[in-house]
Design a protein around this ligand. Structure first.
Ligand SMILES: NC(=O)c1ccc[n+]([C@@H]2O[C@H](COP(=O)([O-])OP(=O)(O)OC[C@H]3O[C@@H](n4cnc5c(N)ncnc54)[C@H](OP(=O)(O)O)[C@@H]3O)[C@@H](O)[C@H]2O)c1
Length: 366
């Protein structure tokens, strides 16, 4: 088995590389990394791996496991780089809610270019495409089924990113004899043991909703959140399991592990030594978020009001969907259910204490 990992310098890809190390599979892996040379590529990978372990890293990765490449120029990579590759976890993406003009080229065109190159010059047995559960588009009822039926005909999506992710899946599905398995994670927040230390992505939304005591969802509704370590472990399992029953899976909390906002509020309050906000909380319609602008300065300090309103509108639109993603297929493959967000939110709170909320937010708008 020779596993190619893309995106290992990012949040989920880093957790995947670490999980391979935990399973003793790191020496079977090669990593596509953006870097001018292998030395710097290795440094980038190792420094990201270190974020997933408190103690000094003992895992070994070597320079010859690094393929220096930018996804935008896959054709420039020598074909020999893909020789013997049997498995791919394709995690690299422009994972942004902004209108970055490079989204389509990266998430669709470059993905297909890499898939063609590896299937032509490697010995491909499985391509695990890391998608996003949100690519099903708006307007569905929970639990959202694990299905190819939704999302590709939705125009427009809430953001170009989710549209590009489903377009990539559809394009890969068209490739002849291509061993595609799609894994769609739900919302990844923190690490079950390390909290927000590896990445603060999305946690600022909860901090902001608590500070404002207002957001777009009702407290009785559920939200499907998973920790990055569990997500990575499920993705690696889907990659290496010799046979799978399906070609599409949600990597999600599902109905049994998705918390209600009221449960998240209670756990957050307990962790921060404050009162839950449930009694004072006001649900705000997406189109009325603008009415919160006068509150920003009082509750959040001196902020860029336009940026905060834009951020709340983007994330509020997704939160308002109240999606819980069915994960029965994953459970039926023998993969253990995710921990609930409420069960590890304390460590997210602790690891965020010294980091200003707006600094955390900037991570998702880079
Ligand atoms: N985070 C979530 O909540 C979530 C939920 C569902 C699905 N997903 C999916 O999970 C995957 C990873 O997301 P993430 O949150 O871990 O994102 P991330 O932290 O932003 O990481 C993105 C990775 O992609 C790499 N990349 C981007 N453009 C590249 C290019 N042109 N050439 C080579 N590599 C490139 C980045 O490399 P550099 O370090 O060089 O920039 C980085 O390693 C994505 O496919 C995303 O759609 C994420």
């Amino acid at each position: 088995m020779k596993i190619l990992i893309t995106g290992a310098t990012g949040f989920i890809g880093g957790a995947i590389a670490y999980e391979l190390g935990v399973r003793g599979l790191l020496s079977s892996a090669i990593f596509l990394v953006r870097a001018p040379n292998r030395v710097e590529g290795l440094e980038r990978l190792v420094s990201n791996l270190q974020k997933f372990q408190k103690k000094p890293l003992t895992m070994q990765v070597h320079q010859d496991q690094i393929v220096c490449a930018d996804m935008s120029s896959i054709d420039a990579v020598p074909m020999s780089a893909w020789a013997g590759v049997t498995h791919v976890i394709h995690c690299a993406a422009l994972a942004t809610f902004s209108n970055n003009p490079k989204i389509w080229a990266m998430n669709v065109d470059s993905t297909v270019a890499l898939a063609k190159a590896v299937s032509m010059h490697g010995s491909l047995e499985r391509w695990l495409q890391v998608g996003t559960a949100m690519s099903c588009g708006p307007g569905l009822a929970s639990p959202v089924p694990e299905s190819w039926a939704h999302g590709s005909d939705v125009k427009p999506h809430l953001v170009p990113y989710t549209q590009s992710k489903i377009a990539a899946e559809m394009a890969l599905k068209e490739l002849p004899h291509f061993p595609l398995v799609v894994a769609r994670p739900s919302i990844v927040v923190g690490h079950s043991q390390l909290g927000c230390a590896p990445s603060p992505s999305i946690f600022w939304v909860f901090r902001m909703a608590v500070a404002l005591e207002r957001f777009t969802c009702a407290t009785a509704e559920r939200i499907d959140i998973i920790p990055v370590d569990w997500c990575a472990s499920a993705l690696v399992a889907l990659c290496v399991k010799p046979t799978l029953r399906h070609d599409l899976y949600h990597v999600s909390a599902g109905m049994s592990r998705a918390n209600r906002f009221s449960e998240i509020d209670a756990a957050y309050a307990k962790a921060s030594g404050a009162e839950p906000i449930s009694n004072r909380y006001q649900q705000v319609a997406l189109e009325d978020l603008r009415s919160l602008v006068p509150l920003f300065e009082a509750k959040l300090g001196k902020v860029n009001r336009i940026l905060i309103l834009r951020a709340l509108t983007l994330y509020g639109a997704f939160a308002k969907l109240n999606y819980v993603f069915d994960n029965q297929r994953l459970l039926d493959e023998g993969i253990q259910a995710s921990p609930t967000f409420a069960s590890y939110i304390d460590v997210c709170v602790r690891t965020s204490e010294s980091i200003p909320m707006l600094e955390q937010m900037a991570y998702d708008f880079k």
